[in-house]
Structure formats: structure tokens, C-alpha cells
Write a protein that binds this ligand. Sequence first.
Ligand code: PEP
Ligand code: MN
Length: 364
Amino acid sequence: MSDSAGWPFHPRGSTAMILPKSNRLTPEQVSEITAIVGAFGCEIQPIVGAVRTIYAIVGDERDELMINRLEGLPFVERIDRIQSPFKLMDRRSDLSTHRITIGGVTLGEELLIIAGQCTIDPKNPNFFLETAAAVKEAGAHVLRGGVWKPRTNPYAFQGDAKSIDILMEASRSTGLPVNAEVMDESQVKVALDAGVHMLQVGARNALNYSLLRTIGRAVAKRDTVVLLKRSLHMGTLNEFISAAEYIAAFGNPNVILCPRGTAPALDGYRNHPDESITPLLKEKTWAPVVVDPSHSVGKASYVPACALAAVAYGADGLCIEAHVNPSQGIGDDPKQALLPSVLADTIGQAKQVWSLRHSVRSDA
Ligand code: PEP
Ligand code: MN
């Protein structure tokens, strides 16, 4: 599911500047720094101002030893390094040509639809099997099903490892790849051993670096895709992208960003809808954005509009909760899940918005 780009990847666009203590270096000083950077395969390019001249290092300027040597020179005031906080996920990284493909869809080329139940009910496996067939029929490319559930109340149902068998049975019967949330190392292992194609990091764990590290390591040599939800309390976009960077840093760049609404909620919605961050994310990162309107607005009747808005904002895909019989579902399904017929209509309309966007955008 990934391309064969080599590892490690290198960022483009980072720069280092030498700021001398004086307004201009003497020819001897220029020779000295030229010799130092030359030993690391770099050159010096003076940038001449009216009063002051600074010196750009041209080449791969990231070697710490070279920087330390330059900083040690008595005539150098400091070295300014302009680097992206996320080297791999940055739009200017060599990785920006990487494409993620799952369920027959290459992100960015076609709208990806992930759909299915919030939670698999181990006591009623048929619901999930029927939902799986119905979401496939409605046009989903990836089937979602909660096996382990993070809950607001610890006494609420937290899922059942037996549901993994139901999830994989549905995958086999529909031929769809499957997504499930994992919250600890043992769940990561069970999910990967069972053949889960997409691991979800839930909103409550989006900044759980030890879980991100565990997942990053576990998927490093596989083509597994990771769907990283945005934290409920996620501060800056850089924090979101950096969390994705941390997973990718272990070797698998198949990380998708999933805005899903943040706290505090917009009065009446479950969260504060945040599909509007999509264009901002896209300015910073090449990572695909798949919006989850279900958790964002939290009520089935609001979901289709939020889904269309997300695509209008430039989302590469949608992750939508759906159920053949929402009122009999568990977890979020009674309030949030779309009926398969509504899901099918929403997908059809979302594809139209997608086509509109891609016919007017030159940067699509
Ligand atoms: C879910 O996908 O069912 C879920 C719990 O999502 P989130 O982590 O975004 O709340
Ligand atoms: Mn849910």
C-alpha cells in the first residue's frame, strides 16, 4: 500500500544562515568557513545587505558537527537554522510524492470512504456483518468497526477482543480492508496479527507518544495505514502534524490525518466541527486528510451536511459511522450512525462536491 521510496527521507527547504559578529567577514574568515563547510559537501553564498552581509550554507546543512564547528568560530555570532518542526510530513519533504493506497483508492486521486459501526456488538455479530455488506453496497472502500472502545465513562462498554474475529469475518465476506482503533501494545499486536489493514489512533490518544511510538514501530515494515484522529484538546496544527510525524519516523509514512471535532463543543453539536482546518493542514503537510463528521457533530441528522462541508474544504476522504439498525446499536451508533441508504446518498453527493472541487482547482 505504499510506494517504494527509500528510507530515510530528507526534507527539502531547510536553510542555515551564518550571522557574523561584524558587518562583513574578511576574505580570510570567508576562506576559513568555506573550508569547514566544504569538508561537509556544502558551500557558502553571501547575501549582501546595505549594511550587513550574512552567509547562507548551500547544501545539506544538517550535520551537527559542521554547525558546532562554525558556532565555535570567534567571529561568528550565531547560526540561524530555519527548519520545519516536522521534516517528514512537511509539504517540502521528499516524502511529499508518497501516495497512500487502500481499498483500491489512492488518496488524493479519488474520495476515500471509510464507513461502518462505531462499535461491534459481540452479542449481535450479524448486525456488523449486515452493516459491512450494506456500507460496501453504499460505496465504502474501507470498513470500520470498533473492537476496543475508549469511553468517556470507564463503566461503559469498552469493547471485546472477540469482536476482532467478527471484524475479520466481515472483511473476508466483503473483501474490504478494515479499520479498528487500538489503545495499547497488546491490542496493536492482536489487530496486526489478525490482519487489520488500518489502525486508528483515537482522539483521546492522539498525543499519547508512547502509543504512537508503539504503533510506529509495529507498522514500520508493513504496508498498514494509520488513521490519526485529532485530539479533543489538540492545540496547534503543528502539534497534530508532529504526532503524525512521530509515527512515520519509525519507517512507515502511511499516516492519514483525521479531524473529528474538538472541545469545547459548539452548542448543540457533540464537538466543535473542525473540517475547516483542512486547507490549513494542506498548506503545511502532504499527509492526506480524512474528516470524521460523525464524532464532530455527533448526531445522524447533522452528519451529511458536515461530510459535504469537509469535502468542500478539500478533504481527501470521510470516515462515517453507519449501522443497519442504529437504534439497536451500541456505543455511538444509536445517536450518530447513518442508515445505509442515507450513507449512500451522502457518498453520492460528496463525490459530486469532490468533482466540483477538482474541476476548479489547479492545485488539486
Ligand atoms: C470512534 O471512532 O468511534 C471514536 C471513539 O473516535 P474518537 O477517538 O474520534 O472519539
Ligand atoms: Mn464512535
